[in-house]
Every structure is written in C-alpha cells, then in structure tokens.
Design a binder for this molecule. Sequence first.
Ligand code: SF4
Length: 769
Amino acid sequence: MAGRIADPWGARTPYPRGGEWPVRIDEHTEGPVERWVQSACVLCSHGCALDIGVRDGKIVGVRGRGVDRVNHGRLGPKGLYGWQANNADDRLTRPLVRRDGELREASWDEAMDVVVERSRESLAAKGSGALGFYTTGQLFIEDYYTLALVARGGIGTNHLDGNTRLCTATAGQSLKETFGCDGQPAGVHDIEYCDTLLHVGINTAETQTVLWMHELDRLRGPDPPRSVVIDPRRTQSAQESQVHLAIKPGTNLAALNGIAQQLIEKGWIDRQFVDLHTIGFDALEKTVASYTPERVAEICGVPADDVRRAAEIIGEAEHLLTFVLQGVYQSHQATASACAANNVNLLRGMIGRPGCGILQMNGQPTAQNTRETGCNGDLPAFRNWQNQAHVAELAGLWNVEPAQIPHWGPPTHAMEIFRYAELGSIDFLWVIGTNPAVSMPELHRIRSILSRDELFLVVSDAFLSETARLADVVLPVALWGEKTGTFTNTDRTVHLSEQAVEPPGEARTDMEIFLDYARRLDLRDKDGQPLVKWSTPEECFEAWKECTRGRPCDYTGLSYDKLRGGSGIQWPCNEEAPDGTERLYQDLTFPTFPEICEDFGHDVQSGTTFTEADFKAMNPQGRAILKAAEWTEPHEWAKEDYPFTLATGRTVYHFHTRTKTGRAPELQAAAPDAWAELNAADAERLGIGEGDSVRVESPRGAIEVPARLSGPREGVVFVPFHYGYWDVGDDAGPDGRPRAANELTMTIWDPVSKQPIFKTSAVRVEKAG
Ligand code: SF4
C-alpha cells in the first residue's frame, strides 16, 4: 500500500485552540485535467467539498476545495479514489426487464411501461398501500423531494423509507426526542474551540476520515482537548484518549447513565441551565441514581475508576463536544442511549456556544436530506405527521387534499416495509440506490423476500448489485458527477454538485426517472394539473426552498448561484441568517413548542408514542427534554452455545456495500475481502492465528473469513458489513463461502427509532476446516 491508502489521514497540520484549521489541498488525478467542476464527496456524511477533474468527457480526478468550511481542502482515501467507480466498465447503460427468468436489455419506454402497468395493477387491486419505496442516503435533495411528492402526495402511500433507517434513524430520532426537531446542534468548527471531546460508539478515523484529521490536528496542536471514548474497540480515537471505556456491546446506556450519575453526585452540573432550559431533571436524577461506578463496572465490564475518571474529565470540561454514531445507533437501546449522550451536554449546560454541542453524526453522505425531504419516516421539512396544521401546510404546497398525504400513523419504517413485502400486502417494491440483499439484517430472509414471485421488484442502480440481480426491472441511473443537485452534510452544510460529465449510455438521473414515472402514471394535483411542477434540478430546489420556509431547516436564503464558487453554507439560511448558521440553539430556545416540533416524542424505554396531549402535558415550551431510561439486558447476548458478541461495522477503505468503492482499484486492493477481528487472548484460546480462516456462526447463519487479531475487547468479534458476493466467483456466495456479515445478524429493531440492531448478535467462532 502506498500514499494515502497506507496513511489515510495524511500529514498533520496542527493548530491551537481557537485557531483556524490550516488549509491543505489533497488531490488525486490520473493525467492532465482540462477543466474543474465544483462538487462535494458523497462517500460519507462529512461531505468534503471538492472539484471534479474532467478530460475528454471523463472524470479523471478530484481536488479538495480549500475555500470550503468543512474540509479546508482535505480528502480521505474514499474521496480521493472513489470517483473511479464512475468509469467502471460494468456500469449499467440500458434498462433491464426480466423475461423468461432472465434480465434482458430493453428500451426506457418498455421498462417504464412495465413499471407503470404493475403500479396500476397494484393500485387497482389493493390500493396505495400495495406500493412501497425503499430509498437511500446517497441521492440529492432534488431526487428525494421529487420522490417524496410522487410517493406521498401522488400515490398516497405511507410506505416510503430510506436505508438511512439502518444507519442514522436514531440520530434524527434522538434529536427529535431531546430538542423537538432533527438538525445537528453543533458544527465542525466547534472542534476548534472545545477543550473536551466525548466519542460514543464512533470511529471517526475510519468513518469520517477528514473529521478525524480535523480532530487529530487539534490533538497534535498546543492546548489539545482531553478526550473520553466509549467503544468496545480500541479505535484510533480510543488510542488518543485519556480514558477509554471499552464497554461490552449493548451497554452504552448503562455507561452514559453512570456518567450522568457522577455528574449529579459530584455537583458537576450547571443547575441554572438545567432549571431554565430543560425539563425532566428529577426523573433523570432518580433513574441514574443507582448507576454508581461499581454498578456500571459490573454491567459494562470496565473498571469503576475509569468510569469515575471519565466523568471527572467531562465534569471539568468548559467546552464539551460530543460525537455519537453507529456504536450507539445500531446497538441495544439505541434511542435511549443517544438521548443519554444528549443529556450529558445538557446537564453540563454545554450547547449553543463555541466548542460546546452535540453531533449525532450521520453515516451516509446525504442521509440528512433523506430525513429532511420526508423520505425517511417524517413529512418534508421536518413536519410532524401528528400535526394537522403541518399536513395542511404541505397539502397546500403540493396542491393536494390533506387526506391524500398519509398521516393516520407514523410513516412505515423499512423493517415493516420488508415485513409487508414478506406477507404480500406490499406487492410492488421499488428499491432506489441501495442494496438490501447485503445491508439488511438476516440476509437469508431478505433474499427470500426479494425473490418472492408475488413481489414485483424494481431496482434503480448504476450497477448490477446483489439486489438488482433479483429484480424484475432494473433502471440504470446517473451517478454523482453525472447530474446536478444539492446535498447536506451532517453539520447542515449544503453543497452544490454540478454535472461534470454525461452519464454512460442511456442512464438517467433519479429525478428524471421519478418525473417520467409521475407523467406516465398521470399523477395530478387537486386542480387536475400535473402533480410535479418542475422539470429541472434548479426548479426543484426552488420548490424545496418554499417547502422549508419557516421550518427549522430553512433553505430560503440559498440558491444555486449562492452556492457556486465559494464554500458550502449551513442551514438555516434565510433573511435573518443570510450566511447560514454555524450552530443551533445559541439563544437556548429549543423547537419544543407543539406547533413547531417535528415529533411529540416517545417513552424511550418502551417506545410508546406520545400524542399531542401527552406532549402538551409535559409543557416543554422551548426547553430541551432530558429523557431517562433504565438499562436492560440485550435481547440476544453472548451465551453458552454462542459465547461471543458480534459487532458489524466499517473500514476506512469502503463505503456501504462496496457497490462503488469495490470498483475503485486502490480501495478494492486495500481491502478486497471481509475479515473477522478478534481479541488476541480469545484467538490464542481458540488456537487461531493472524490470517487463519475462521467460521463465525450465529443462530441465523455463518460466514467464513480470515481472522485479524486486533482491537476489540475480549468476547467481541468485529466483522465489516461491506462485503456481499457480486465480485466473487460461483463457488463463493451464501451457499459457497459466505462472507456477508449480515448472514449473522437478527431481525430486531430499536423500539423508538426502529433502527435494526447490528451490534449485539451472539455468535461462536472456530477455526475453519
Ligand atoms: S471524509 Fe467522507 S466526505 Fe470526506 S473525502 Fe472521506 S469519504 Fe469523502
């Protein structure tokens, strides 16, 4: 391995507290560049700004944008090399329609006629609830907003969700529970001002590589922040920390309750802030009182003194910045734990000022937009499905009757969509830009659902993924760089990505496909006019701006022109904040008013949905909500037959199911196959050496992969979830040498966010024969 593959973070550029993070322009090109086209990276939620290098109508490289607030010119390995996937020779260039059991090339007219005919049949036979849409965290705002209008306002189905359900549903949900609305309180520049970092279940070094560069340069500069890390693995950030709580998987909530207990007992809380700006303190104090360091030590399997020391560091902080990710979201008691992380900052009164705040990180690059536009379980622009005024407002924007927009219950989440497809009430499923045949839990079940004769499966993708191979119709799509649009990173920074090259063959943009679908289905508004009023991405963006007017994610101050040339800009961006908003809640008023909030919230212990009356009875009125829950044992935990706990996760070189990064030669060469990480002591006990083939088996399936002896705590096995079967021969695959981590995971989800749990499956491990 060479260069930025061997050293994913590049050279250090240290800076002091309060100083500006120096610019460093990272670039990788293959030969000369004729012109540069403005864009940003879509291979993780950090959204690093870059320019795309073009020569002879082909993408030939990228260069970080030094002017941008997010990355100051830097790119990680995925950003530097991921674009190569656009040029892969197995791009889909024509639609495919299954005939006589085979996927065969067809014209767009033929393919869309089949899709529309089947849609009409399902609508006529069963109504709008027969159609389901399962989208992604990788499209642009313009694609998503068109889809949300078509599905919710046109067809009138409640079955629209994103694969963001699998990655960051809990991020959005915890923000709704605590603050009344989605949207990250902090911004990445808070790294420059913090004196203490808290990482809970997040491995920024691998998942948001440039974010880690930003942190690491602070850690290497004068007056570095102190750091506490809660994670079963000894990640890069754990190695840099003062205290690493290597907890047992499934015990995040106990650890965070333990920290809250110490903060309260030692008087390290900001009582005035708590009294003036939060509700729920008494219940929280009562709940966490029993989580003494000794009890936490017993539950989490860490030394009690480390719990005390972690709480002390947080208790002494003056500027605390907290990061949370999948180690919480995909684990047991996900929402309750993410809220417990929010509680820590609120108890300390550390929000809404420089260096203080919370980043409930996203995983995928445009997951924020999936949530904002209503493609992930809420109504567009963070509207509340239980609020009749919100529904009426949306109906007015779309010129449809309020009853046309499903709001009799919460939008159907992905795990339910697949259950309905299994039972047959959904018999038309359109999968857009995602690969559930590798990414969903318990893959043998997912494959059997997607293969049902009764299910008509449409897949939009740029490649013949594991899911596309099971489809009835495959629609070839334009990738990033081949279309124009906008997207928003974790810290609310909106970037414009301009079209640099033409898509290959007949591939079309997702927005174009949805527009064509709406036209062919003849979807109309209540005046008989075509439902979708736009035909270009910019027109769609203008409509989206109107949809966000006055909402917390207000985009009305943005335009394509304003986003051209300079840095990305954070929402809310409007007349009051024409340059965007670095951090939310600077006036310490939270959107917990019943007429504004996105969600009336839940009992985070049981998942019970609160009604408007419940919410009003709590009377938060602009105060944040401290939510408390007791730790409980995970549904499945290491036991006699299955003595290890499996945690699935990510590597720095790949994104999602490798549909793109597996086709970037440097990235693929860096990590060509799955593996299982074991603690060295466990491996020695089992007679397993580095590189030995091991069989990892759960009650649901098994995989055989090479062993790596590395950083998880004893009793934990880590397997990256990126690997399916598209790039291995016939004797591999689920019936040959299975390697997909989700062969092992279970069909179970968090009661509040409905996010599947990927981090606590019980497994056994043995040396393969
Ligand atoms: S940190 Fe994320 S957005 Fe930035 S270059 Fe890497 S993959 Fe792309």
